[in-house]
Write a protein that binds this ligand. Structure first.
Ligand code: SAM
Length: 364
């Protein structure tokens, strides 16, 4: 496509004097060197983490802010009201600052809901099961509409600043009845999927705190069938109703099926695992979506290595790169890199949804 007119750079794409993002015929947007780059050059820092999930089972051991981990020891700073632990008071302060007052209020409400239920309702993602199709996804979300409307009305009585006033009902708002309160109770009685709920809460809070950067998420490659299986889809629709039932009223207008679906559809093929920094990353703590880092395509023989330092990804050339060459990382974990071509292909297709067209695969 060299020499052809390129569409404008997507919002949130990485920029550098060393490379540019261009469209390719078969693998979407990709990063290409604009000059020769020596080996071991730090080419990019991806510091724009949007939504992230620290799995519930790691919440006491992995810092909620910098993802620091001390070989499975419980961290020293515990913030039990919000359900996160931190490696220092500084990290705790940064976390509180980042999520803001409404974020702290939201996590406090969510933690109250999840506490004591995480063991019985632990998330289990079985990637081998059939994935819900577009129409089934639409029907599942539409199926939440009636209950969601009742919950919103029930919550509006709590949220309205003059809820004790005599004007209730006169401005066209519906006065909550037993039926509305029952809808809240019904949502609260549903099993909680703590990790899916964390994803939804973090995503909505991130959007609330960063409205001008929402298009960075929207610009990412999308997956229209992002749910791993039917249980996963149900976990999302239930988490939506849980959020409506417990989140502070100021957040409720931002808690919508559209936002939650968009977050999943962009996260699916773009998020990176948050793993331990030792042992070849054998511990999987969770995952997160860094839009700028998501423009690097995969190769089974990558020329760029990515390494996480706290909340930031460092991209460093592993070899000398010539001008015009594509800069690629690997999406495979340590063990997966040693697999045969067929098994690598299967893994990439299963986890990322694409047929690998990298040089190493094409050469065979
Ligand atoms: C994290 S995104 C990378 C950026 C993406 N190309 C874009 O336009 O946004 C991952 C997606 O890029 C494409 N991709 C990445 N590496 C590829 C490869 N080696 N062969 C074919 N497609 C690839 C696949 O569609 C994959 O789901």
């Amino acid at each position: 496509m060299e020499g052809e007119e390129q569409p404008p750079l997507p919002p949130g794409a990485p920029t550098s004097h060393l490379f540019e993002v261009r469209h390719t015929p078969h693998s979407g947007r990709a990063v290409f060197a604009t000059q020769d780059i020596p080996a071991d050059t730090l080419v990019f820092l991806g510091d724009d983490l949007t939504v992230d999930v620290v799995l519930r089972e790691y919440r006491r051991e992995v810092c909620g802010e910098c993802f620091g981990y001390d070989r499975g020891r419980d961290l020293c700073v515990r913030d039990n009201t919000v359900g996160f632990a931190f490696c220092s008071e500084e990290c705790r302060g940064q976390w509180r600052n980042r999520v803001g007052e409404l974020g702290v209020e939201t996590w406090t409400a969510v933690e109250k809901l999840v506490k004591g239920r995480s063991k019985e309702d632990a998330d289990m993602v079985d990637v081998g099961l059939p994935r819900p199709k577009t129409k089934e996804i639409r029907i599942a979300w539409e199926g939440t509409a009636d209950q969601a409307a009742l919950i919103r009305i029930a919550r509006s009585s709590v949220s309205s600043p003059d809820s004790s006033g005599e004007n209730k009902g006169e401005t066209g708002t519906v006065k909550p009845t037993k039926q509305h309160r029952k809808a809240v109770q019904k949502a609260l009685m549903q099993p909680v999927s703590p990790d899916v709920l964390t994803f939804c809460v973090n995503g909505v809070l991130w959007k609330y705190n960063n409205p001008a950067k929402w298009d960075h998420i929207l610009a990412l490659a999308k997956d229209n069938t992002p749910y791993h299986n039917y249980d996963d889809l149900r976990a999302f629709t239930r988490s939506y109703l849980h959020m409506l039932a417990v989140c502070p009223s100021a957040l409720l207008e931002h808690v919508t099926p559209e936002t939650l679906f968009l977050l999943s559809s962009r996260d699916s093929h773009n998020s990176f695992g948050i793993r331990s920094l030792e042992d070849d990353g054998s511990e999987f703590f969770g995952y997160g979506c860094w839009p700028s880092a998501s423009y690097f395509n995969h190769s089974c023989g990558p020329n760029v290595e990515k390494k996480r330092v706290g909340r930031v990804w460092h991209f460093r050339t592993g070899t000398k790169i010539k001008v015009g060459e594509e800069l690629c990382i690997t999406y495979l974990s340590g063990e997966e890199r040693k697999l045969s071509r067929n098994k690598r292909m299967k893994t990439l297709k299963g986890n990322w949804g694409f047929e690998c067209g990298c040089e190493r695969c094409e050469a065979l």
